[in-house]
Ligand binder design. Structure first.
Ligand SMILES: [Zn+2]
Length: 354
């Protein structure tokens, strides 16, 4: 089997660290709104990979996280404040909605489904290692990773400094934080402010009360659940920078082991009418709405018929066509047509189907 590795930008023979065991981490949702087609495309693409690896005889340990702690004041915290609720109630509500949608789509349940809010000690411990190894610095209760100490910073995204600055701005990273040595330094721990309102989470740490940075959450949850080095790390293509680049820098400067992840796999973006499907543009196709009209199998068929790395455009007719294909396949499977001759084909189709 070959996998396209974002790290080398080429197809590579898949050779896991341990011969028959695969450790895989996929970045999960930030639960402040509903599940849309883009989410389902990413998670079902990895669902197919996991089913195929298991079909090939590998034992797969699969971790997916929930980013229920935001270090920035956008997304969860903004929404919680708007709705006069707390971060934990809001994230619990939307996580349950997501899990219901994904269960209906018969996803492969992760071996470890981890909530950032429940993994704070592992994040604190990793930050301490990064500081002790000389990569991190503490200013006014905040902890940062000094990217100038990471000689291969940028090896995953391959962006120039200017491109990184632009991407970080798009992601509302705290570029202008005066406590940073370099605007691109990674926030590992963000201190609570005096009289911080209750919609913002706060945890104890050696540097005072605060909350972890978004990127360190995934580094710590991956290391804690799967070990210091993993085989495959996945997520949407838009996460390459700053999120995944930061994960590499943090994990490798905390464990002093390279590579943190051997293969990086990224899924393409789903478009609608030429625009990226996104909450801010209000052009989302919701899984819950699709499920009112189409079977879970038809939705799986459409999503998995698109190449996982390619961007693609939503087209309603694909779903109606998929219903026809699915009913034919199910009829053939039930009738056992050409059972022996097509045994392998049936097995492969069963991997895609429920
Ligand atoms: Zn992540």
């Amino acid at each position: 089997m070959q996998l396209f590795n974002s790290l080398s930008r080429q197809k590579e023979k898949f050779e896991p660290i341990n011969e028959k065991k695969v450790n895989l981490y996929v970045c999960g949702i930030t639960p402040y709104d509903t599940t849309h087609l883009g989410h389902a495309f990413t998670y079902l693409s990895f669902d197919l990979l996991i089913r195929f690896l298991r079909f090939q005889g590998y034992t797969v340990s699969y971790t997916q996280n929930v980013t229920d702690i935001n270090d920035r004041d956008n997304d969860i915290l903004k929404r919680a404040q708007e709705q006069n609720t707390t971060w934990d109630k809001l994230t619990e509500f939307w996580t349950n909605k997501f899990l219901t949608d994904m269960k209906t789509l018969n996803w492969t349940v992760p071996t470890n489904y981890l909530f950032a809010s429940e993994q704070i000690p592992s994040m604190v411990s990793l930050i301490e290692k990064i500081i002790n190894n000389g990569f991190g610095y503490v200013v006014n209760g905040a902890v940062f990773l000094d990217i100038n100490k990471v000689t291969d910073f940028g090896k995953l995204s391959k962006l120039t400094r200017e491109e990184m600055l632009q991407r970080a701005k798009d992601f509302e990273e705290d570029l202008d934080n005066p406590d940073k040595r370099n605007p691109l330094d990674i926030t590992l721990w963000r201190p609570s402010t005096p009289n911080q309102p209750p919609h913002i989470p706060s945890f104890e740490s050696p540097w005072g009360k605060g909350r972890p940075g978004w990127h360190i959450e995934c580094s710590a949850m991956s290391i804690n659940s799967l070990g210091e080095q993993i085989d495959i790390h996945g997520g949407g293509i838009d996460l390459i920078y700053p999120h995944h680049e930061s994960e590499v820098a943090q994990s490798e400067s905390g464990t002093l082991k390279k590579p943190f992840a051997k293969y990086w796999l990224h899924t393409g973006t789903v478009y609608i009418n030429g625009q990226k499907m996104s909450k801010s543009l209000g052009n989302l196709i919701l899984i819950s709405d699709l499920l009112k009209k189409y079977s879970a199998n038809a939705i799986r068929w459409v999503l998995l018929s698109h190449h996982y790395r390619e961007k693609w455009e939503y087209n309603e007719s694909e779903f109606t066509n998929a219903e026809v294909v699915i009913s034919q396949i199910i009829a053939n499977l039930q009738n056992g047509t050409n059972e022996k001759a097509n045994n392998q084909i049936y097995k492969e189709k069963e991997i895609i189907l429920l």
